[in-house]
Design a protein around this ligand. Structure first.
Ligand code: PHE
Length: 452
């Protein structure tokens, strides 16, 4: 089934590739707009608390399941227990839903990169630029196609070599750029400190169930959990590399970059909106509307903006590659086709789902599902429905069928596992109960039964 399974070049190789998958648009585009919308500091607090308990445990469980079974996501559960084969299939559906709309947003990033490169910074800094752009039909589709094509070409040539190398250079540069932009905004712009306070200091009056629902969905998304990706990565991982340490490192990378991205964007929103709080609730457009204004106001903004969008493009690309690789590997395993055909099938699916996601902002803006635009709906369906369901069943599988002991043994093959006790409690009790509550509230609110 998995005869020519490659493996990563070493410890740092695995961490880099997994971090390359985890760090992406989720950190830079999605996290800041959710934090802005769902309460600032309180969102941050909930997110970090969930990430060190729940996110960590789930990540460790997935990597261990992958390494133990030695097969990619779709087969891993079945290989360990026949009755759970269905879970592999469910987990594999998630990246199929995410990749197409992820590529649509990857296309937006490319458009901004191209615009900054040819010196259109001040045009792109206009408030209505972004809205007009995604409201047009042809161009967003073109950039979407381009992003997809680049991803596909890389996946066609095989996985690990590329991601490791790109991540190694990209991450530090990205961190330096984000930090620099954040410091510039905070130190030079009026009103930015209020944004820092809103983002860092938890205000419990801003808390709602939605804070937790959004934070948990974001956690899955950002850490690439509940969709088989870490299982696939785990299956490539050598037995002598510490799962617990690697997971901690990936988590620090991932949460750290998300935190910094919020610090870069939220104070800027305050500075440019002149205290108008409704600017915080903009949603998916937040980064694309706010950042060009920052760059436009900065000395050397065109160059910094170009460099920034280039790094975001790389981050998006390494994530998209991991999404596509997971799906391609699954088709190779299951349909017995070669890599080329498998890539073509995935491209076909992406076109089918990606085009409506893009057109949802223009031609088909009238079409909504459960009151959401198409791209938002795909985002909701994966992050707030399917992923919690997969995560819930994964916890049941790991906690009650395999038993934490089995996974702990796998994890301890490669060194100490200090968080062993927390891991078992979270996987068996805390996580399933939390996920269930959250799932129930997001479903009930989507169908209008409760409002949260
Ligand atoms: N974790 C990636 C991000 O934060 C997105 C992603 C989701 C990548 C799922 C792979 C799988 O952008």
């Amino acid at each position: 089934m998995s005869s020519n399974r490659g493996s990563f070049s070493g410890k740092i190789g695995f961490v880099l590739a997994a971090a390359g998958s985890a760090v992406g648009l989720g950190n830079i585009w999605r996290f800041p707009y959710l934090a802005a919308k769902y309460g600032g500091g309180i969102f941050l607090l909930v997110y970090v608390a969930l990430s060190v308990t729940f996110g960590f445990s789930l990540m460790v469980a997935e990597i261990a399941i992958g390494r133990k079974s030695q097969v990619s996501a779709i087969g891993a559960f079945g290989a360990l227990n026949k009755r759970f084969s269905f879970l592999g299939i469910m987990a594999s559906v998630v990246p199929i839903i995410i990749l197409p709309y992820y590529s649509v947003i990857g296309g937006w990033v490319m458009k901004y990169l191209a615009g900054f490169t040819v010196g259109q910074a001040s045009e792109m800094a206009q408030s209505d630029y972004f809205g007009n752009y995604i409201g047009s039909v042809g161009e967003p589709l073109l950039w979407f196609a381009m992003f997809m094509a680049i991803t596909a070409v890389i996946v066609l040539f095989g996985v690990e070599k590329g991601i490791e190398k790109v991540s190694k250079v990209m991450m530090p540069v990205l961190v330096v750029l984000i930090l620099g932009i954040a410091i510039y905004t905070i130190c030079t712009m009026d009103g930015a400190w209020e944004g820092v306070a809103y983002y860092i200091l938890p205000d419990f009056s801003n808390f709602s169930i939605m804070t937790v629902v959004a934070a948990m969905g974001q956690l899955f998304y950002s850490m690439s959990l509940a969709m088989g990706i870490m299982i696939t990565f785990g299956s490539y991982m050598k037995k002598d590399i510490s799962i617990a340490k690697s997971a901690t490192q990936i988590e620090i990378f991932d949460t750290g970059i998300a935190f910094l991205a919020g610090l870069m964007i939220i104070p800027a929103v305050f500075a440019f909106s002149g205290g108008d709080e409704s600017a915080l609730g903009q949603g998916p457009g937040l980064m694309f509307v706010t950042l060009p204004k920052v760059f436009d106001s900065m000395p050397g903004g065109t160059i910094i903006g170009t460099a920034f969008f280039f790094m975001v493009f790389l981050a998006a690309l390494t994530s998209a590659i991991s999404l596509m690789e997971t799906i391609v590997a699954m088709f190779i395993d299951k349909l017995n086709v070669n890599r080329k055909i498998s890539c073509l099938i995935v491209l076909g699916i992406c076109v089918l789902i990606g085009i409506p996601s893009s057109l949802g902002y223009s031609l088909w803006s009238e079409v909504t599902v459960l009151g959401m635009q198409l791209l938002d709906f795909f985002d909701f369906a994966s992050n707030s429905l399917l992923m919690p369901i997969v995560a819930l069943i994964t916890c049941i599988f790991a906690g009650y069928v395999l038993k934490p002991k089995t996974l702990v043994e796998e994890i301890e093959l490669s060194g100490k596992f200090n968080q062993k006790a927390m891991f078992s409690v979270v996987i068996r009790y805390v996580a399933p109960i939390c996920i269930l509550l959250i799932l129930a509230s997001s479903v009930l609110s989507a169908f209008g039964v409760i409002s949260i």
